[in-house]
Design a protein around this ligand. Sequence first.
Ligand code: COA
Length: 261
Amino acid sequence: MAEIKNILSEVKHGILYLTLNRETKLNALNFATLTEIREIFTEVADNKDIKSVIITGSGEKAFIAGADISEIAELSELNARKFSENGQEIFSMIENCHKPVIAVVNGFALGGGCELAMACHMRIAVSSAKFGQPEVNLGIIPGYGGTQRLTYLIGRGKANELMMTGDMIGADEAKALGLVNHVLSTKEEAMAKAEEIVRKIMSKAPLAIGMVVDCVNSVFVPDEDGYQTEANSFARCVKSGDYKEGTSAFLEKRKPVFKGA
Ligand code: COA
């Protein structure tokens, strides 16, 4: 892996902890950081020691306050398209990751920050967190998949309202809208909740978890027959040793020991 400068990373007990680490810039996503996320998620797919990922922001104030505005102030049309496609591709890597990825949103999740959180499989927020897509204030729109994911997550009317007004909402409202799974009072509690969830997921059959990811994501792929994807994925599961182990363990009244194969 090339040198990672803008993200702190540490693997503990199968969990890769990623902390966006540009605190003085409220962890704004510059091109270099995005490239690091691409490299990290390429590694996550292949690294057997990594079984789940938790992403958060450094400091108390921000998860990610958006794309780095200093880098997007003078884009040409061509570069704007590339900027958007690059971010979309990297965030899709997160969304399609076969290992659970949880965002612990510890402050502002604005623009690209809200979009990155939405690309994760789940979001746990600190009660002081703020979510928003304020791009219209800059004369642009969300470009890292936000127009699509926000609409899927909270519905057309509310997504339109947030993206057209640029308003921020608090964690409780985000939870009521379905943007956030859980809200906890402090970052430590939010992290503990994320760990509790990933530990539970890591005790299940990894292949089946990956198939859940594929099937859920297929709902959002136009022209893909999600029921067909589900049937194919179901059939793939039964070729695994974990399927034999899971069903045998139930019948033998013992806990299954999954091997991820
Ligand atoms: N890109 C680049 N730098 C950013 C940034 C972003 N998206 N968001 C914050 N920063 C920088 C600020 O420029 C400032 O840097 P400086 O100290 O070198 O001047 C630093 O982070 C702290 O931000 P500041 O604005 O002083 O904090 P605040 O508490 O007054 O306001 C926000 C916090 C989040 C409301 C405000 O920073 C903001 O609106 N950020 C932009 C959000 C946005 O539009 N995101 C979508 C981008 S497409």
